[in-house]
Ligand binder design. Structure first.
Ligand code: NAD
Length: 259
């Protein structure tokens, strides 16, 4: 699957990893629908010019994501029998930190736990199912390929830290869906992959104090710095363009193992 002249849906595209991926795809000659809850998605799409459209929406809502998928199908010139939506790079997500028990021994808030799982895990499934339905109607390309879905997990899916029960579980769910989804969608020529980033320099990480960033960076074997959003975008590009990548989760983390 090439980036050039194809249309992609990018969620979480107002900021961080999603915003960088949109830039890379447009620079390579692709078209993008940028979807995000945040109104900043509109100015980012405007900066990217003619090849980009913005759709405000919540990844947990069926009608919002159906509208985003339809916008991407239309941007791809998606008459029946052509290729409308070629790929999804799903970056929308939230981080949360809460211990099971607080200092006084009170249990964690159940609604906060469910909210993280709803956005990061159920939102991923929502985007994946609606995008897959649209892609399954594409005309097949080389090898019968109709589309590619890239989800975003986290190294916290594997090495969750104290306070990450909700975040780690939500991202482990994203990891767990990769293989069964790839197996199921193979008959439609749709690949499913996930990227598990380590620690990246995005607004999500901007609340972390400087000394914590320094100690996190020191714990990365190499390179000893946070990842740059375009390094995520470069892996997304490789996944889109390399048809043998399927049903797998790739850690992108400089070798960090959280403890
Ligand atoms: N930055 C990191 O170090 C890091 C590490 C591992 C995994 N990740 C994951 O990468 C993804 C992107 O993170 P980022 O660092 O770019 O964060 P970010 O906060 O910069 O961007 C996330 C975007 O998602 C949007 N969003 C949140 N909830 C949404 C919803 N319900 N519907 C639509 N949009 C919503 C936000 O408005 C924001 O623009 C997330 O899934 C995150 O968990 C990030």
């Amino acid at each position: 699957m090439q980036l050039k002249d194809n249309a992609f849906l990018i969620t979480g595209a107002a900021s961080g990893l999603g915003a960088a991926t949109a830039e890379r795809i447009v620079a390579a000659g692709g078209r993008v629908v940028l979807c995000d809850l945040s109104e900043a998605v509109e100015s980012h799409a405007a900066r990217l010019g003619e090849a980009a459209r913005a759709v405000r929406g919540d990844v947990t809502r069926e009608d919002d994501m159906q509208a985003a998928v339809e916008a991407a199908v239309a941007l791809g010139g998606g008459e029946e029998g052509e290729r409308g939506l070629a790929g999804v790079i799903h970056c929308a997500g939230v981080v949360s930190v809460a211990k099971l028990l607080d200092r006084e021994g009170n249990p964690a808030d159940l609604d906060a736990y469910a909210r993280t799982v709803q956005i990061n895990l159920v939102g991923t499934f929502n985007v994946m199912r609606l995008a897959a339905a649209a892609m399954s109607r594409n005309a097949p390309g080389e090898d019968g390929e109709r589309g590619v879905i890239i989800n975003t997990a986290s190294v916290a899916a594997f090495d969750g830290q104290v306070g990450q029960c909700a975040y780690s579980a939500s991202k482990a769910g994203v990891v767990g869906m990769s293989l069964p989804a790839a197996r199921e969608l193979s008959r439609h020529g749709i690949r499913v992959m996930a990227i598990a980033p380590g620690v990246f320099e995005t607004p999500m990480m901007s609340d972390i104090p400087e000394d914590a960033v320094a100690s996190l960076s020191a714990s990365i074997p190499f390179p000893k710095r946070l990842g740059k959003p375009d390094e995520y975008a470069r892996l997304a590009e490789q996944i889109v363009t390399n048809p043998m990548l399927n049903g797998e989760v790739i850690r992108l983390d400089g070798g960090i193992r959280m403890s």
